[in-house]
Write a new protein. Structure first.
Length: 411
């Protein structure tokens, strides 16, 4: 039973602290085109080369006016028109207005724009129905971003929320950290690559497939070494090849107690590797350390355990190595359970769950069902982890639990 002997287990927090305290971000940078920068991490602070907007412009379709010339009864003749990309450049006679469109530069001397719905047009000119406030409907130059203002610090991951802003500043190239090189492979004679027929006793290599997908989302450069058979020489060659080529090496399988002792012996010969027993479920066996030059993470062989340890441990490790200083752990919230949850005290339990909001606006959560470490289909049904404390037992309907919402890796 899990609660019988758990004093030698390492907590998730302890494991994370051990890992993150040892690594430092890569320092190598490169300059890439903005169109190729999605998923990359800023290597230095970015300041704006221009003001945004670069000139005062109209927030409405309407009429540019000088407020001291307005009268509730006297119409103002239209002296000209201003469009986005085609500003009014003629002389502006006194006691007149200018027809203006959204985004058009504000004519010199104008101090308000009156929206067209508040204007009455006649042959004599335009009168305005409402009181006019100086500055209304005018977007000032630099109102969004001042020239020279800080836009993003170093360590920001660039995506759909950031790149269009940089494009609006006219920035065509950007300095980013070099993409992290990650070598991956699985170990086991029973593993077959996805797409090949299975022989008796064989299973598909789900772990490497899942790890590869997550690494792609994290913006890593992947070196896929495939499946390595249970052979000491083949395994040593794979580790040595990965160590030369990559910044981080990730393998799955061979890190549990009693599994392939020569694997552990070999890793300890090649570097400084710690084989940990974690106080989490699923995902008890985990290995971390340094090979000759590359960092190493050894994931458990069970598919759910491998995915969970990658999510909880390898994901923040990659963020730090990549220079992603703005990365934050997935959001945790409180929710009421609407199904019973089975648990034995002794390990922090990450059960797959489905959260929703009930008719009273309260968060509630249910289990996806069987939580075995081989039930990978639970991830496709879930949208969160139900995080049950290490010493907590089973949970009844109506109790409050903590849930951790999936981030983009599982969404």
């Amino acid at each position: 039973m899990d609660h019988c002997n758990t004093s030698d287990l390492l907590s998730l927090e302890q494991a994370l602290t051990k890992m993150l305290s040892q690594v430092t971000p890569l320092q190598a940078t490169e300059t890439v085109a903005l169109t190729d920068a999605a998923g990359r991490i800023t290597a230095c602070a970015i300041t704006s080369p221009i003001a945004v907007p670069p000139f005062a412009n109209s927030a409405m379709d309407g009429y540019a006016v000088r407020c001291n010339e307005l009268s509730s009864t006297m119409p103002l003749p239209v002296a000209g028109k201003a469009f986005a990309g085609a500003p009014f450049k003629d002389e502006w006679p006194a006691n007149s207005c200018i027809r203006i469109m959204t985004g058009a530069p504000i004519p010199g001397g104008a101090d308000a724009v009156i929206m067209q719905e508040q204007a009455v047009v006649s042959e004599q000119g335009v009168t305005f129905s409402d009181n006019v406030r100086v500055g209304q409907n005018i977007r000032l130059a630099g109102e969004d971003i001042q020239q020279g203002a800080a836009v993003f610090p170093a360590g920001v991951k660039l995506g759909a929320a950031q790149l269009p802003l940089l494009a609006s500043l006219g920035i065509a190239e950007i300095t980013v950290f070099r993409a992290l090189k990650v070598a991956i492979f699985s170990t086991g004679d029973e593993l077959k690559p996805v797409g090949q027929p299975l022989d008796d006793g064989e299973i598909y290599d789900t772990n490497r497939f899942a790890v590869r997908l997550m690494l792609q989302q994290l913006g890593c450069q992947i070196i896929d070494l495939g499946v390595i058979r249970d052979d000491q020489q083949a395994l040593r060659k794979a580790f040595e090849q990965a160590d030369i080529a990559a910044d981080l090496v990730i393998s799955s399988g061979g890190v549990s107690v009693g599994e392939a002792d020569y694997t552990k012996q070999m890793l300890e010969e090649l570097g400084d590797i710690g084989f940990w027993k974690l106080a989490i479920k699923p995902g008890k066996p985990f290995a971390f350390g340094k090979l000759g030059r590359a960092w190493f993470c050894g994931l458990p062989g069970n598919p759910v355990s491998a995915a969970l340890t990658f999510y909880q441990l390898v994901q923040p490790l990659i963020a730090k190595l990549s220079g992603h200083s703005e990365w934050h752990p997935p959001l945790r919230l409180k929710a009421k359970t609407i199904t019973k949850l089975k648990k034995t005290p002794g390990r922090l339990d990450f059960q797959r769950g489905v959260f929703s909001t009930n008719s009273h606006g309260e968060l509630e959560v249910s289990t996806t069902g069987h939580q075995g470490s081989h039930i990978f289909s639970s991830f496709s049904q879930a949208n969160c982890f139900i995080v049950l404390e290490r010493e907590r037992g089973s949970v009844d309907v109506g109790e409050t639990v903590e849930i951790e919402l999936f981030n983009s890796l599982f969404n």
